[in-house]
Design a protein around this ligand. Structure first.
Ligand SMILES: Cc1cc2nc3c(=O)[nH]c(=O)nc-3n(C[C@H](O)[C@H](O)[C@H](O)COP(=O)(O)OP(=O)(O)OC[C@H]3O[C@@H](n4cnc5c(N)ncnc54)[C@H](O)[C@@H]3O)c2cc1C
Length: 633
C-alpha cells in the first residue's frame, strides 16, 4: 500500500476498530494507527483470551495504560478514598484508572459485559440535533448489526444473529456442573437467596414468544438486552450477557480489526503514537493527514517511569485523501484535538500551554462523565468449595497445562474460567430515576472488588475464597468533569478531574449531586436486602469493609462519597446542536469548524449511555461508518 489512504483512523479501540474495518469492507483504503501492539502469534497472552482473567488483563504489562485521576479537587475530600491513599503513598498522584494501549483498546481488558443502551441515550441526541437518524428505533438496527447472539430468541427481542460480535450469557451450565462436581451449593444458594429477597422479574410475559421451548422463554425472562424489556422499562433479576466466542475466548475489536485486515485494504500499524493532525497549507481548516512517532510505551501513562519508551525514528507523516477519524478514547481524543489547536481558547492560550488557536471549540475536554460504582464485600460462611482449587493463574512451569479450570476452559471453552465472574444481576429504578428508566445495575460475584488501585487484580481473587461482592453501578450520573492539558508535550497525559458530588459556594451538595447520592443510597439499600437474603444472611466482610456503616443514611452517604469510582469515561467531545457553543461534533461526528475530521469513540456522547458503554460505542461506530460512506458517495 502507498502512504496515501482514503481514511486514517487513530486508535483501534471500541470506536476506531469497527469503523476502520467497516470502511475497508466498503472498498476504501484505510490506515489504522495504534499506539500499542498486538500479541506475538507465537506466544499466548492468556490474560487477553481467558475471560476470567479480565482483571489481570487491566494490569498486563504489554497492554496497560495507567492513568491517575482525581475524583475531587479538594484534597481533604480526596484523601478519604482509600484507593487514593494507596497510590499517593506509592508516589503516584491520583486514583488509578485503567486504560489499554493495545490492538482492541480497552476491549482487550474489558469485563465483556454487553448491555443495550437506554432509549433516552439516543433520544437525547435526536432532541438536541433534530437528526431523526438518532431516534431509538432507528438505532436498534445497529445493535443487531453488531451482535451475533448465541441463544434462541424471538425476532421481537431485537437480537442480531449475524454480526461480528459473538454474545451469550456466561457458561451457567458449565459453572453448575463445576459446582456439583465440587459439592458446592453455596454460590448458587447466595444467588437464589438474593433473588428471593428481591423477587422482581423482567417484563417478558407468558404471551411473549418464544414460550416453547421453555428454556428459550426462561432465557428471555433473564435477558436485559431483549428489546421488549427495554421498551417496557423492565427491571428485575438478570443473567449478565457477555461477548465471548464459541471457544470461550474474549471477543472484542481486536478480532474485528484482524478480520478487517484480511480485506487487503485495511493496514494496521502498531506502536505508532499520533502526535498531531496535519492541515492543508492552502486551507488551514482542512485536515489532510497526521504525524506520528514510532516506539513502544511512548505515552507516559505507566505506574513505573522506568518503562517509558523511546522513539525509534523520526516523525512520520501520512496523508488521507478523504478523512481522518480520531478514536483515541475519552482522554486522549480531546488532548489530540487541543494539541492541534482545536479546543477552548482560554485553555490553549494559558501561559504554560501556548498553542495557537485554530478553532475555538470551548466544549473540547469538557462534559467528562462516568458512572458512580461501589463494591460491597460480604463474608461467606466458609470458603466456596468451587473456588478452593482455582488459582486464577495462567499455566506455570509447575502446572504447564494450568489448573483444572484452565484445562476445562482450554479444552472445551466452558466452566469457571469462561465467565467474567458475574453470577447474577439485577436492574432497578431509584427514586430519582429519569424518564422512568432503570438507573441501577447490581451484580454479584465471588471475590472482593472495591475498585481500582495498582495490584487490585490479584487482591480480587486472593484466597481464602470466602468473599462475595455486590457491585452497584449508577447509570446516567449527573456530574460533569474536565480533561485539560498538563503541557503541550503529546506524551504527557492530561489532567483529569471528575468533580464527583459537586458542592455549591456554601459547601452544600448541588441539587444534581443530591439526586445522585439519593440514587446510590437507594441502590445500597437494595444491596442490603440482597445480603439479608431469606435464609442465609451475609455480614459485611470485616477486613474489606472496615469502618463502613451501611445501616444509616449518613453512613451510606459517607461510604459512597469516599469510595465510589468509575471506569466508563466518556462525553469529552460531545455531539450537539449547531447553536450549542459547547458542542464539538455535529450529528454526523464531524468536528465543528474543521473539514475532513471526525471523532468516533466514547467521547461523542452528550450524556453517558445506559449501564455499560461498549455496546453503545460499537453502535455509534457502525453509524459513523454509514455517515462517512454516505458522504463519500
Ligand atoms: C477494567 C475495565 C473493564 C471494563 N469493562 C467493560 C464492560 O464489561 N462492558 C462495557 O461496556 N465497558 C467496559 N469498560 C469500558 C470500555 O472498555 C471502554 O469505555 C471503551 O473500550 C472505550 O472505547 P474507546 O474507543 O473510547 O477507547 P479505547 O477502547 O480506550 O481505545 C482507544 C485506543 O486508541 C489508542 N490510542 C490512544 N491514543 C493514541 C494515539 N495518539 N495514537 C495512536 N493510538 C492511540 C489506544 O492505545 C487504544 O487502543 C471497561 C473498562 C475498564 C477500564
Amino acid at each position: 500500500m502507498s502512504d496515501d489512504f482514503d481514511y486514517i483512523v487513530i486508535g483501534s479501540g471500541a470506536g476506531g476498530g469497527p469503523v476502520a474495518a467497516r470502511l475497508a469492507e466498503a472498498n476504501h483504503s484505510v490506515l489504522l494507527l495504534e499506539a500499542g501492539g498486538v500479541d506475538d502469534p507465537q506466544k499466548q497472552n492468556w490474560n487477553y483470551k481467558v475471560p476470567v482473567f479480565h482483571g489481570r488483563a487491566t494490569e498486563d504489562e504489554q497492554m496497560r495504560l495507567d492513568f491517575y485521576v482525581r475524583h475531587y479537587e479538594d484534597e481533604q475530600r480526596q484523601e478519604q478514598d482509600p484507593k487514593y491513599i494507596v497510590e499517593r503513598n506509592a508516589g503516584r498522584h491520583g486514583v488509578y484508572y485503567p486504560r489499554a494501549r493495545t490492538v482492541g483498546g480497552c476491549t482487550a481488558h474489558y469485563a465483556m459485559i454487553i448491555i443495550r443502551p437506554h432509549d433516552s441515550d439516543w433520544q437525547t441526541i435526536e432532541d438536541a440535533t433534530g437528526d431523526r437518524s438518532w431516534l431509538p428505533r432507528e438505532m436498534d438496527k445497529y445493535f443487531a448489526r453488531v451482535e451475533s447472539w448465541h441463544i434462541p430468541s424471538a425476532p421481537a427481542s431485537g437480537h442480531g444473529k449475524n454480526g461480528w460480535l459473538p454474545t451469550r450469557f456466561a457458561s451457567v451450565l458449565g459453572l453448575g456442573r463445576d459446582a456439583i462436581r465440587h459439592l458446592d451449593p453455596s454460590i448458587g444458594e447466595i444467588a437464589i437467596d438474593a433473588w428471593l429477597a428481591n423477587p422482581k422479574e423482567l417484563s417478558i410475559h407468558w404471551w411473549d414468544r418464544p414460550f416453547f421451548p421453555i428454556a428459550a422463554h426462561i432465557a428471555a425472562k433473564l435477558d436485559p438486552n431483549d428489546l421488549r424489556v427495554l421498551k417496557r422499562h423492565g427491571v428485575g433479576v438478570i443473567a449478565v450477557p457477555m461477548a465471548i466466542d464459541q471457544k470461550g475466548h474474549r471477543a472484542g475489536t481486536r478480532e474485528r480489526v484482524l478480520a478487517g485486515t484480511e480485506t487487503g485494504r485495511l493496514e494496521l500499524r502498531t506502536h505508532c503514537h499520533v502526535t498531531e493532525l496535519i492541515f492543508d497549507d492552502a486551507d488551514p481548516l482542512r485536515v489532510v493527514g497526521v504525524r506520528y512517532l514510532t516506539g513502544e510505551r511512548l505515552y507516559r501513562a505507566d505506574r513505573d517511569p522506568n518503562r517509558f519508551g523511546k522513539t525509534t525514528g523520526a516523525a512520520q507523516e501520512v496523508r488521507a485523501k478523504r478523512e481522518v477519524i480520531i478514536s483515541a478514547g475519552a482522554y486522549i481524543t480531546p488532548q489530540l484535538l487541543m494539541l492541534s489547536g482545536i479546543g477552548p481558547r482560554d485553555e490553549l492560550e494559558r501561559a504554560e500551554i501556548n498553542i495557537p488557536v485554530r478553532v475555538d471549540l470551548p466544549g473540547v475536554g469538557r462534559n467528562l462523565q462516568d458512572r458512580y460504582e461501589v463494591g460491597i464485600v460480604a463474608q461467606a460462611g466458609a470458603v466456596f468449595p468451587l473456588l478452593k482449587s482455582a488459582t486464577f493463574d495462567c499455566p506455570t512451569l509447575d502446572q504447564p497445562d494450568g489448573d483444572e479450570y484452565f484445562k476445562e476452559w482450554s479444552t472445551g471453552g466452558t466452566g469457571l474460567y469462561a465467565t467474567n465472574g458475574a453470577v447474577i444481576g439485577f436492574t432497578a429504578k431509584s427514586s430519582v430515576a429519569e424518564n422512568d428508566e432503570p438507573d441501577l445495575f447490581i451484580f454479584g460475584l465471588p471475590g472482593s472488588f472495591t475498585g481500582y488501585y495498582t495490584g487490585w487484580c490479584l487482591d480480587a481473587v486472593a484466597p481464602p475464597h470466602d468473599k462475595w461482592t455486590w457491585l452497584l453501578l449508577k447509570a446516567h450520573a449527573r456530574f460533569r468533569g474536565r480533561v485539560t492539558l498538563n503541557s503541550k508535550d503529546p506524551f504527557d497525559p492530561p489532567k483529569i478531574d471528575f468533580k464527583y458530588f459537586e458542592r455549591d459556594q456554601n459547601g452544600e451538595l448541588t441539587p444534581e449531586s443530591k439526586k445522585d447520592l439519593q440514587a446510590m443510597r437507594d441502590g445500597v439499600r437494595i444491596v442490603n436486602k440482597l445480603l439479608e437474603g431469606v435464609r442465609h444472611p451475609l455480614p459485611l466482610h470485616p477486613g474489606c469493609m472496615e469502618g463502613v456503616d451501611l445501616e444509616t443514611d449518613a453512613g451510606i452517604d459517607k461510604f459512597v462519597q469516599d469510595r465510589a469510582w468509575g471506569h466508563h469515561a466518556s462525553c469529552t467531545c460531545r455531539i450537539g446542536a449547531e447553536d450549542d457553543p459547547m458542542a464539538v461534533l455535529d450529528s454526523s461526528f464531524r468536528v465543528r469548524g474543521v473539514k475532513n475530521l471526525r471523532v468516533v469513540d466514547a467521547s461523542v456522547f452528550p450524556r453517558i449511555p445506559g449501564f455499560f458503554v461498549v455496546m453503545p460505542i460499537y453502535m455509534i461506530a457502525e453509524k459513523a461508518a454509514d455517515a462517512i460512506l454516505a458522504d463519500a458517495r
